[in-house]
Design a protein. Structure first.
Lengths: 210, 390
């Protein structure tokens, strides 16, 4: 799983891997696209048709200023309006842990796109386990840097949980890579040995398995 | 829309512009209006800024709102006290960059700013049309502009841009001539008036028609219905502002006095402001035009006209890339109305960007200098222009 060959080391490591999974010339939508870093990269380097949805006004404005096609709204709502298979890929990068109904979201994603790319911080990383075990407080890490009372991350997901979840909702995992990187870091490495314990993030390419 | 026009603070301007007139639909080739009436000849006042490039691919049509005109930017003479109504957006290096784009703005049919309208002379009677002027629709405005764009030798517009009633025209252009519009920017607008919007327009119209000077629209050689029009404008102004902007701008402050006058003079600043706006408006606007244009706006219903009642179906005919912008404090065309059109665009797989800009100035926010609005328009236009050049 360490076959990722990121061309752009300016971009966050996890985004570099996501970019490497996307076929050139495809239609892509990024749910929660932030300032459009990934979309911009995909348009420039992979010639994709890119769309984004973002909740924050100033980030939306920044995306549009940069020439991206982005609309302001809540991803849970906005994902509903697209016709089936509008896109080749739908990306949900580091946002699943903030989604109220993950199963509904995943189903919507694989309705509007042929394939989905999902990444999330791995809650069973040893540092989380160790903090809970040793201190008895809810873990606060570089990937999940909030207290329990102010976190937007309402779900705790582990790599093992996600694999189980995808099979339960009836989809397949087409590719997966577990990585060790820090939240804004441009460098990192793929983890193949004991990923559920050693990886800070899980990245998944999911589909209907057909 | 209100008047906030000021000289550019950095003194950047397109400079001197000229109002031109294009006349067409002479007898027997009159324009057939949506109502079925035939009307001609039609004159449109228009202005251009910037230069049309060799392959005629850089033309942007700007569509004005209720009380606007063709004078979108620049000055007629160096002595002018103020520039065109969107000078903060249109000019060299501005959001709509006249160094790159060729900008056309025409006065709508039915208006009183140089195009054919109720105050222009009917060639048959040699008197102003008054109420003999046919009722025109947003669609009729577009048909007239289409004739102008053809006349200018432009087969494809890079973009159509407009706010409020100008935004309705943007949508109507995209529905009628999808092959002629690469990109569209409807700002602070709606696909159809709400009951609230119609209600305010009706009160404004009643105010004009209740003025004894209105005289069924025949007042051009006598006293004008100034009071009725001024009150209509005051009502309009309330809808262009917002609770927040009025609280910040006026609150309950008194005008040039420290206590109530205990009579019916203007005590509060907001009263004095509205009276001033009303008074200023009657100096430049025709009461009959106000009736015609507000009626056209009330009749507008994109879904009914182009989708047999379905907005999704209406948008299925369109092909433009869209940038939709709404403003948080706009209570005339609130954000939910923009969201509804964005939804319909998405359902049709149209390329749409949407931003709800935080602004306290109500509906009028689209006219005021706003860095965010300027930069999203600039970025969007650059994208569509670069794409069209490939």
């Amino acid at each position: 799983m360490s076959s990722t060959n990121p061309k752009n080391n300016q971009m966050r490591f996890d985004l570099q891997i996501i970019a490497s999974w996307i076929e050139p010339g495809s239609r892509v939508i990024d749910l929660g696209c932030g300032k459009g870093e990934l979309l911009k990269y995909l348009i420039t380097h992979k010639n994709v048709t890119g769309n984004g949805i973002e909740r924050n006004e100033s980030r939306v404005a920044q995306c549009i200023e940069e020439g991206l096609s982005v609309l302001q709204g809540d991803i849970n709502e906005e994902v509903l309006d697209y016709p089936d298979n509008t896109f080749d890929y739908v990306i949900l990068s580091q946002t699943l842990q903030q989604v109220y109904e993950p199963d509904t979201m995943i189903r919507s994603m694989l309705r509007i796109a042929k394939k989905g790319i999902v990444s999330f911080p791995n809650f069973s990383h040893w540092s989380c386990r160790w903090q809970l075990l040793s201190s008895g407080y809810a873990p606060v890490t570089r990937q999940l840097p909030y207290e329990w009372y102010n976190t937007p991350n309402i779900r705790v997901i582990t790599i093992k949980d996600f694999r189980k979840f995808i099979h339960e909702v009836g989809f397949s995992i087409l590719k997966e890579v577990a990585i060790n990187t820090q939240s804004e870091n441009r460098y990192g490495k793929a983890i193949s040995f004991l990923p559920n314990l050693r990886a800070t993030y899980g990245l998944y390419l999911i589909g209907n398995g057909t | 829309m209100s008047e906030y026009i000021e000289h550019d603070k950095d003194k950047i301007s397109v400079g001197i512009v000229e109002k031109k007139l294009f006349t067409f639909a002479e007898s027997p080739d009159e324009m057939v209006l949506e109502s079925g009436a035939r009307f001609g000849p039609v004159s449109l006042a228009y202005e251009t800024c910037g230069t049309l490039n060799e392959d005629r691919s850089n033309a942007i049509l700007i569509l004005h709102a209720l009380s606007g005109d063709s004078h979108v930017a620049g000055y007629y003479t160096p002595e002018d006290e103020k520039p065109g109504w969107w000078d903060n957006m249109v000019g060299p290096g501005k959001g709509i960059d006249t160094d790159k784009y060729f900008v056309v703005c025409s006065n709508i049919i039915g208006s009183c700013m140089g195009s054919s309208g109720p105050c222009t002379i009917n060639p048959r009677t040699v008197l102003p049309y008054g109420l003999d002027f046919p009722v025109v629709t947003i669609g009729d405005m577009i048909e007239a502009q289409k004739a102008l764009i053809d006349h200018l030798g432009i087969t494809k517009l890079l973009a159509v841009v407009g706010g409020s009633i100008g935004g309705m025209q943007v949508l109507e252009w995209c529905a009628r001539y999808p092959e002629m519009v690469s990109a569209a920017i409807p700002l602070a607008t709606t696909t159809k008036h709400s009951a609230l919007a119609i209600a305010f327009n009706e009160v404004a119209r009643q105010s004009i028609m209740a003025d004894p000077n209105w005289n069924n629209g025949e007042y051009y050689y006598g006293p004008k219905p100034d009071m009725g029009l001024a009150v209509a404008r005051m009502i309009g102004h309330i809808t262009y502002l917002s609770d927040e902007s009025m609280r910040l701008k006026f609150g309950r402050r008194l005008q040039d006095k420290s206590d109530f006058s205990f009579n019916f003079d203007a005590d509060f600043q907001v009263e004095s402001y509205l009276r001033y706006q009303g008074k200023k408006f009657v100096e430049r606007f025709d009461a009959n035009s106000f009736l015609y244009i507000t009626k056209a706006a009330d009749y507008y219903d994109l879904g009914k006209q182009h989708g047999a009642g379905s907005e999704v179906k209406a948008f299925s005919k369109m092909a433009a890339a869209f940038l939709v912008v709404s403003f948080t404090s706009d209570w005339l065309y609130p954000t939910y109305q923009s969201r509804a059109m964005v939804k319909a665009m998405k359902k049709n797989g149209l390329d749409v960007s949407f931003c709800e800009i935080q602004a306290e100035w109500g509906h009028d926010a689209f006219l005021l200098p706003n860095e965010r609005l300027t930069s999203v328009i600039r970025g969007f236009l650059e994208r569509v222009f670069n794409k069209s050049q490939k």
